[in-house]
Design a protein around this ligand. Structure first.
Ligand code: MN
Length: 156
């Protein structure tokens, strides 16, 4: 008698195999294979581009991209259900938690925004900024957008 394979056994037991990914291929998404996406006017002020967008496969829930803000460009207020990590790669940027001081961020700085914390991030008024952004999705959602940051809040 042929013994059932692990996969067949798991299926026969009705256990999900959705997370059996040990044979999944490593993927390399080549630079230039995805067009830049433009930050929407509803969620951003000024000129913002997102490149190198990525998303893991389940059970991973990581996703993100490289976000480039022109000088004077910034996000609206928002939260991330499972938080967000930013690694600044160029320029001079700003980040602010609601009701807290604006902090300047520079290349090599790592910013951790805890789950549910209302905040914005963007470039300084005179110098642009790029950061890599990483966040995990909760129920498929990694950001909750809110109202736009006013010029007074941005400090202009
Ligand atoms: Mn954020």
């Amino acid at each position: 008698m042929k013994l059932p394979t692990t996969a067949a056994l798991v299926l026969s037991l009705g256990v999900s195999t959705a997370y059996a990914t040990e044979n999944a291929p490593i993927t390399v998404t080549r630079v230039g294979s995805q067009p830049s996406s433009v930050g929407s006017e509803q969620n951003f002020t000024g000129s913002v581009f997102v490149d190198s967008r990525f998303a893991g496969t389940a059970p991973a829930r990581i996703g993100g991209g490289i976000v480039t803000f022109a000088s004077g460009a910034y996000t609206a207020w928002h939260t991330h259900p499972l938080g967000q990590t930013l690694i600044v790669t160029s320029g001079v940027g700003l980040v602010q938690k609601w009701d807290d001081a604006v902090q300047e961020i520079r290349p090599g700085d790592i910013v951790w925004i805890p789950p549910g914390v209302k905040h914005w991030h963007g470039a300084s008024p005179t110098v642009g900024m790029s950061h890599i952004a990483f966040s995990e999705a909760l129920d498929g959602k990694s950001v909750e957008w809110m109202e736009k940051v006013s010029k007074e809040q941005y400090g202009q």
